[in-house]
Each structure stands twice: as C-alpha cells, then as structure tokens.
Design a protein around this ligand. Structure first.
Ligand code: CDP
Ligand code: MG
Length: 767
C-alpha cells in the first residue's frame, strides 16, 4: 500500500503546489527504494522495521512540506513558482476584470456601493486594488467587519496575498486581551503608524470616530458586509454620510465604499443621497443546492445528513454545518460518531479565543474537517477546502422587547440573505454542494434580510451610544431605520434615573457606560462599585453575566446540575455565586483550568471567555478613569450588595406565594407573575421568606416568564436606592400571600369531606 499512499500524497500535493515539490518527493521515494533494496540484500533487518523507516522518511518530508506550504512565499526556492500560481488564482476572481471600473467610479464618486456574489473577491480584493491605486500613500485605508473573527481572518489573508505577513502594513485592530502571546509580540515589534490597511470591527471604528470626528487618519473607509446592519454599521453610515461632504469641502476627500452580496441596495443608495451602485457579475465556482423537508429536530437531521454523505462517499472536502446556538454545537459534537482517523469534528463560535479559532482554519494532515458553527461563520470567512455546506436554516437571536423590558432568546428561521451567505461559504476554492434542511417554498417564505440590530436591542445601549458622541436629539437622528419614538423617551428616562443622563446630556458616568457597551444597569453596578472601592468585584460579576447561560456543561442531568449548583452556591444569591466561581477559576493557571472546570462541571471555554471579557472591561475602565481602582476593603460583601442595589433597584420582584410547590414572585414594575429560572441558586437552596425581595438582571420568556440572576435584598437597603413605597409593597405582598394561604388551607380541609360541602365552600370562596 505504500506506493499508493505516496501516489495519493503526490496527487494532492500536485494539486496544491507545483512540480518542485514533486521532484523532491520523487527523490525521497527513489532513495527509499534504493535503501530498501540494499538492506534486503544484506537481510540485516526484518521487513517491518524497513517499512517503518520508509514511512518515517516520507512523513518527515511531508511534514517539512507542510511547514513550507503554510507559508510558501518565504522560501525563495518556491517563491517564483508559487507567485505565478497565485497571481493566476487572483486573476481568476470575477472582481479582477472590474478593478479598473471600480477605481474609475471611485474617482468620480465619493460614495460607492459594490455588490458582488459571495466568493467573487469583494473582501480580499477591493482593499488591495485601493492599496495598489495609492490610496494609502498618505493616509490609511480601513475596512470594517461585523465580527472580530472575520476581521482577523480577512487581515491574515490579505497580508498573505501581499506577502507582508511579517510586517504590519496590513493589520487588524482588536481589544488587547483577545490576543495571544505571539500576536502581542508581533504588535510590540512594529509601530502602528506604519499600517496601510487596517481591519477592525465597525464598533472599533466608531470608537475612533468619537475621538476624532473627522477620521483624519483615513483616506478610504470600506464598510463590508453591510447587510448585517449592526447597530454600529447603522450609526457609522449616518455619521459618514455627513462626514464625506465635509471632508470634500476641506479638500481632503474621504472615500466611502459599502460592500455586500445581499443588501437592499436601493434602500441604502436612497439613504446615501442616491449614491452610485456597481454590481459585479459572476461567480467563482458553482455551488449546487439541494432542498429537504423541514424537521423539528434540526440537529439530528444534520447529523443524519453528514452520516449519509460519509456513507455514500460524498464527503470529499470539509463540511461546514450551520446550527443555531452553542448548545446545538456541543450536542452535535457529542452525538456525531465518526472514524477519528479520517474525520475531525470541530466547533466554531464567537466566544472562542484566537487559539481555539485558529484550529478551525489550520490544515490538518489529511483529515476531513466537519465544523459545526453558528452564524459567526456566515460572512467574510473562507475555510480552505470547504466543499459541503449543511444549512439547518435556524438561528438563535436575542430580541429585546422594549415594551416589557424583556430579552427573549428566540429560535428563528434565518432570512434569505443569510441563506445565500451560508451557501456562499462553499464554492470559494472549488465547486461545492449546499444541503438546505428546508424546502424552496420555506426559503421563499423567509424574510428578505434580517431585522436591523437597532430595532432588536436594548434601547438604553443605543441611546447611550448616540448621546456619547453628541447626538442631542435622538428622535430626529437620521437613521436608516428608526426605533419607536415613545420607546426612546422611556429609555432616556431610565438613563436619567441611573445618573447617565442629565438635562438631555450624557454625564461622565454615562460616557463610561457607553464605552462599556453593557446594559445600562450593569454599568451602573460597576460604576457604583468603583466608588465603593470594590470595582474589581463588580467587573468580575459583569463579565460572568455575559456567559451565564453556558456556565454549566450541557450534557449533565438535572440532578448533576443541581448538585454542581449547591456545591458552589452562595446563599447571598446568583451574582455572589458567579463572583466566587470566577475567583476560584482564576486561581488556576491556564493548564489546570480545564481539569478544575471538569471537576466542578463548568464549561471551561465559557469561563475563559468571561476572563477575557473581564480584561476588556477592566481596560476600558482604566483608560477612562486613569486611576487605580483596587482598594483593600473589609466588609466587602455589604458593599457589593450596595453596588448591586444601585444598578438593579428597578428590576425588582417580591415573593407572592407558592403555586404547585414553586415559589412565585411578582414583578414590581409590570405587576406580572414570574418564576425563578432553573439555573438560579435560590431555586436549589429554597427561599420563601415572606418579606423576600429579589433583584434580577434578566427577564426571560420561554413557556412562562422567568427571572434570572437573582440577589435577595432587604427592605432597608433597597430604600436607600429606590423611591418605591416599600411599606405598601409589603402590605400588598402579605395580603396576596394571605389569600393564597387561606385558599390552600381551605382546600386541604375540603379533601376527604363530602362533595356537597366542597361545592358549598367553593361557592363561598367565589363570592
Ligand atoms: O468577499 P467575497 O465573498 O466576495 O470574497 P472574498 O472573501 O474576497 O474571497 C474571494 C476568493 O478568495 C474566495 O472565493 C477564495 O477563492 C479566495 N480566498 C481564499 O482562498 N482564502 C481565504 N482565506 C480567503 C479568500
Ligand atoms: Mg466578503
């Protein structure tokens, strides 16, 4: 089999590279054969050893080649041949033929919308055309992506194509704590002034805009994947629309390019004063689409699909499987059993750090990758060798109900634009197939594109963001899609009560809150914590709150989960519990984190993500306040409780009796009955104090309403922060409780007695 093995390798290498490699491989094969012959003649070693030796030789050669192939350009021997191949590949992209058209149009227009099929070269090529045309001579070019993962992978690709991976001409900008050691070293070595092309998220560009509202550093701004319509993209578009003519007047023109494969171009063009649209025709490789009948359990359906493809030998390249949530990914990863020598099952989601993410992009010996992912891999990402797409058609989206102040995590069908983007992850290197786990008629019924984020998220965050760069009149602010006027007014009132807005203007604390980008009450907790000298603890809690729904390992039974909860729970409530979990976790070195989490049944990556978030939040605070925020505090717990109260005092629920052995609470603001979320430690510890008041961070609707992340507080403490009439509240809750108790007692008594009497009493209660 050795020969066929070598032949196969030769073939695959041939496809990847060129003759020079083959010559090398031939040489080794030849030498091995000679060796083998010689040694056989001497009969000095048994045959098996022979064979191992040959394998060793070949595999070391292959390894060497793989090392080179990762960065073939560095090796001058390969350089010329590789360059040739490479240029040919770039010239094959549909955009290549239109590069002059694009540049000419940009000469004539300051704003331009470019539409082109997925994989046709928007993201990687357009910035390069601009570089080549000299846009980065005096100023920089910046290209935004909706997500961190995309901005890094696009940066690496462009740097690779331009052969400047070891410089920083092309660079990405991200929050520091996200970087690994290697990247930090690289960043330290170079001066960021040398950047010519910068990749970053739209959020970071907006932050730069706050510091320099002329964006003087840049000659050209590309907003890529504009169809995602993130909050930051929407705000940027509104601001840049004003900035472009301003810079023109200053004789220092700024070019703005909007790119997407699937955007409502008429709408955007109208919004940008009838700006020019160019549509580049053509597609790189065809992707064949198959439809299937929709099933409820899409995770199992996609696993069945993969198995089927494997069994029928149709999985000849890597597969990218789109599911809805991290839970789905883990479930699928556990459920799919494959031959581990041939296949490698991986997951890719937004809460992964750079190291974990890069694994997905790496070439693995000769294994076929099966990658489960969510919509983070939907745009701007190319994973080499992806041939098969399986699209479950589902997405999980957090929707904020402004009316009821409820965030709802909704499982939804995707929209047509997402469907096209998902399909477009194949057909980039070779032709491919896309299996949609829904039918054509379902696709036609889907919405055209996703609802803009600005209409889906907590308005408090939106308002703070706008106020923070001086938008005084949010209601009149010229957004593409505007939130409801009354919702805006309500939201500003809330910000006032938190001390973030005064007389319609943002306060200093409001600015910190805008930088933090968290829900305003959480930011309030942190800021109060800083004043009380326990800021660090509050930042830790806030970081933990970003992950709570994935804290525990998902394959646990309910009992196991409860046990895990009891083990680490703090009677002072969920937020205190989260803090102590964080503290214990971070006592571990990186190496022991995993085993600690396993022993305690936590999901390690989630906690690592919290740690990273902690670092980000800490840095934001430090840059803003420019002072030491660590003090040594005794009586810490009381202070923490105070900080929690100052942030959450409006999110209050009081105990309202027991129904079916479950504690029921009542929301103060909405006067609605709610239950305690399963994950709460209060549920495990049992808590039915008649005076009990809890503060919550989240109100969720599944089958019924739940409050999440609870902290019990005393009336005394609460009265320091809130103007709620607690006495009345107390009476209310006692009265309702009384009625409840009477009902229960009466019904108990009736049991066992005759039905006539039962009826009479029921009538009595009724009246
Ligand atoms: O942005 P758009 O979807 O139009 O395409 P792109 O991301 O610029 O990629 C254009 C082509 O470059 C893809 O179809 C791939 O053939 C190639 N590419 C690649 O080989 N490796 C990458 N990491 C990125 C792109
Ligand atoms: Mg793209």
């Amino acid at each position: 089999n050795l020969t066929s093995y070598v032949e196969k390798e030769k073939m695959s290498i041939h496809q990847m590279f060129n003759k020079d490699f083959l010559t090398g491989l031939n040489k080794i094969q030849y030498q091995d054969e000679k060796n083998r012959k010689r040694q056989f003649e001497k009969k000095s070693e048994p045959y098996e050893q022979e064979q191992t030796l040959i394998y060793k030789n070949i595999s070391s050669f292959l390894k060497e080649m793989q090392r080179l192939s990762k960065n073939p350009i560095q090796n001058s021997y390969l350089r010329n041949a590789y360059d040739r191949e490479f240029r040919r590949a770039r010239a094959k992209l549909p955009f290549y033929a239109f590069r002059h058209t694009i540049l000419e149009e940009l000469e004539k227009n300051d704003m331009l919308i470019i539409i082109g099929h997925t994989g046709s070269g928007k993201t990687t090529q357009v910035p390069q055309y601009l570089l080549e045309a000299g846009f980065a001579k005096n100023r920089k070019i910046v290209c935004t992506q909706p997500r961190k993962i995309a901005s890094i992978s696009v940066c690496k690709r462009i740097a690779f194509e331009l052969d400047c991976e070891h410089t920083n001409l092309v660079d990405f900008k991200t929050v520091r704590t996200f970087l690994n050691k290697q990247e930090l070293e690289r960043k330290k070595k170079f001066n960021h002034k040398d950047n010519k092309l910068l990749l970053m998220t739209d959020r970071l560009l907006l932050q730069e805009y706050k510091k320099d509202n002329l964006l003087r550093k840049y000659s050209c701004i590309i907003i890529d994947e504009a169809h995602e319509r993130t909050l930051f993209t929407d705000i940027l578009l509104c601001e840049l629309k004003k900035l472009v003519p301003k810079r023109r007047q200053m004789k220092n023109p700024l070019k703005l390019i909007i790119m997407s494969a699937t955007i409502d171009e008429t709408k955007i063009s109208n919004y940008l004063n009838s700006c020019k649209v160019i549509t580049i025709p053509g597609q790189l490789y065809p992707v064949k689409v198959f439809y299937e009948k929709i099933e409820q359990d899409y995770v199992s359906q996609s696993i069945r699909k993969i198995k089927h493809l494997i069994e029928s030998n149709k999985l000849t390249g890597h597969a990218l499987v789109f599911l809805a949530s991290l839970d789905d990914l883990k479930k699928a990863q556990n459920k799919l059993k494959v031959d581990n020598d041939k296949y490698s099952v991986m997951i890719l989601h937004g809460n992964m750090n750079m190291e974990e993410q890069s694994k997905v992009f790496e070439e693995l010996d000769s294994k076929i990758k099966i990658i489960f992912t969510t919509n983070v891999a939907e745009t701007s990402i190319t994973i080499n060798g992806v041939k098969v797409i399986i699209d479950s058609g589902r997405v999980k989206q957090k929707v904020y109900d402004q009316d009821r102040n409820i965030s709802i995590l909704k499982l939804k069908f995707i929209n047509q634009s997402s469907a096209q983007q998902r399909k477009g992850r194949a057909g980039r290197m070779q032709s491919g197939e896309c299996y949609r786990l829904y039918e054509l008629k379902d696709l036609e019924n889907m919405e055209f594109s996703c609802e803009p984020e600005i209409l889906r998220m907590h308005l408090g965050i939106v308002c703070l963001e706008l106020l923070s760069f001086g938008v005084d009149n949010i209601i009149e602010y010229d957004l593409i899609d505007k939130p409801d006027r009354n919702d805006i007014i309500k939201s500003i009132k809330k910000l006032e009560s938190l001390g973030f807005v005064e007389y319609g203007k943002i306060t200093e604390n409001g600015r910190i809150a805008a930088d933090l980008g968290l829900e305003p009450m959480i930011s309030r907790m942190i800021i109060e914590g800083i004043n009380l000298g326990i800021g660090i603890d509050m930042i830790k809690i806030a970081a933990m709150l970003t992950i709570t729904n994935i804290l525990y390992k998902k394959d646990l039974t309910k009992d196991e989960k409860n046990q895990a909860k009891v083990q680490n729970s703090n009677t002072k409530g969920d937020l205190f519990t989260l803090l102590s979990i964080y503290n214990q976790f971070s006592q571990n070195k990186f190496k022991t984190q995993y085993s600690w989490c396993n022993a305690n049944r936590y999901y390690c990556n989630a906690l690592r993500f919290a740690k990273q978030t902690y670092g980000e939040l800490y840095n934001i605070i430090k840059t803003r306040l420019n002072k030491n925020i660590i003090f040594d505090q005794s009586k810490k717990e009381d202070l923490i409780l105070k900080a929690i109260c100052s942030g959450l005092h409006l999110q209050l629920a009081y105990f309202n009796g027991v129904v079916n052995r479950q504690n029921v609470y009542k929301l103060y603001e909405l006067n609605q009955e709610v239950f305690i979320h399963n994950e709460s430690v209060l549920n495990v510890l049992g808590n039915s104090d008649i005076d009990s008041i809890v503060l919550y961070t989240e109100l969720n609707q599944h089958d019924r309403l739940y409050i999440k992340n609870l902290t019990p507080v005393s009336h005394e403490l609460l009265s320091q922060y809130s103007r709620i009439d607690l006495d009345k509240l107390k009476k209310e809750s006692k009265k309702e409780l009384l009625i409840n108790n009477i009902n229960i007692q009466v019904i108990e008594k009736i049991k066992g007695n005759n039905s006539e009497m039962q009826q009479q009493i029921e009538e009595l209660i009724g009246s």
